[in-house]
Design a protein. Structure first.
Length: 338
């Protein structure tokens, strides 16, 4: 026996209502003006909302605990007052854009940052911001698929390197995209540790200890970056399965590119010029290919590749893949090395 038509219709309406209630509400946009409470606006926002910050100065230590967009209109300034983190992100899917973020605390023990992306805050996007006079510009820890795009990051210019933090610190992440950033006057412009499957492209890294200090990380792409006027340009240590191509390292007071304990990697078409040492190569082995690229005269007028004596030459298929000119340079290392 078929159920009555009215009962069938009622059941269908109930199911439709349940589906509609399951749909997310329409995202709202809230504007905050100088003098208003920005943290209160963030707390009142719903997931998916946009909080627009109008031009002005805001003294804040923000905590973002839901997926939303924090957008600056006409470059407002958010100052942490030299206390703690200026912005903490503890939720996934947060977007921060168009802001001047400055004046974090200065505690190296507490790792104070302009923007601190906490474990689990996956898929954060930080783009088109100015981060200045923070200890660390960005600290990103155990958060995957984070994007750091087209930011200008300047550290504590008036203190020594040992008292500064890093421009972008990546720790224990996967899938990061670090592209188009301009980073200077920090300890290390990019500090990367235990972070895999990332892309580093089109960054300008200068006036720091290392343009890039990079350890224990695998399957990453370094492409079209400029490292200049640092102590060291690009330092890759304890890594494997890297592609390092079309980068430019110049004017660094020590090495242009350091390759230390690297396996199964491709190093190609890089321009290395006017550094104290062009390449520093130690314990590089097992496959891949390593055409040196364009090794221009370094400081003192020599084309300089330096290796530690115990290393011997590049080993295995890596050595066999070098072009004739690069092999000739390697044979001359005892004469050219410093």
């Amino acid at each position: 026996m078929k159920p009555p038509l009215a009962a069938t219709t009622f059941t269908a309406l109930v199911a439709l209502a349940a589906c509609l209630l399951a749909l997310p509400a329409h995202a709202a946009t809230v504007q905050v003006r100088p003098g208003q409470d920005l943290q209160a606006a963030i707390q009142a926002a719903k997931p998916g909302d946009t909080v627009e910050v109008l031009r002005g100065a805001y003294r804040v230590n923000l905590r973002i605990d839901k997926a939303l967009t924090l957008r600056g209109i006409d470059r407002p300034t958010l100052s942490g007052g030299q206390t703690g983190n200026t912005i903490r992100v503890i939720a996934p899917d947060v977007v921060i854009e168009g802001l001047i973020v400055r004046d974090s605390g200065t505690s190296l023990k507490d790792q104070n940052a302009g923007i601190y992306i906490y474990p689990g805050a996956h898929r954060a996007v930080v783009r088109h911001n100015d981060l200045t006079y923070n200890l660390f510009g960005l600290w990103i820890e155990k958060a995957n698929d984070v994007q750091v795009l087209h930011n200008t990051i300047t550290g504590l210019r008036d203190v020594g390197s040992s008292q500064r933090g890093n421009g972008v610190q990546l720790y224990n992440t996967t899938g990061a995209r670090i592209e188009g950033n301009h980073i200077s006057f920090v300890r290390d412009a990019l500090y990367v540790d235990v972070s895999h499957h990332a892309v580093f492209r089109g960054n300008k890294l200068h006036h720091s200890r290392y343009g890039t200090h990079y350890m224990n990380s695998y399957y990453n792409l370094w492409e079209d970056n400029d490292t200049y006027y640092n102590r060291g340009g690009l330092a890759l240590m304890e890594v494997r399965d890297q592609v390092v191509r079309n980068n430019r390292a110049w004017g660094n007071t020590d090495h242009g590119i350091m390759l230390r304990t690297m396996q199964d990697s491709v190093i190609e078409n890089n321009v290395v010029a006017e550094n104290n040492r062009g390449f520093f190569i130690y314990d590089v082995e097992h496959g891949g290919r390593a055409p040196v690229g364009r090794l221009h005269p370094q400081q003192g007028g020599q084309q300089r590749l330096h290796r530690q004596p115990r290393t011997g030459a590049l080993r295995g298929r890596t050595r066999r893949a070098l072009g004739r000119r690069q092999r000739q340079l390697l044979e001359q290392l005892p004469r050219l090395g410093s």
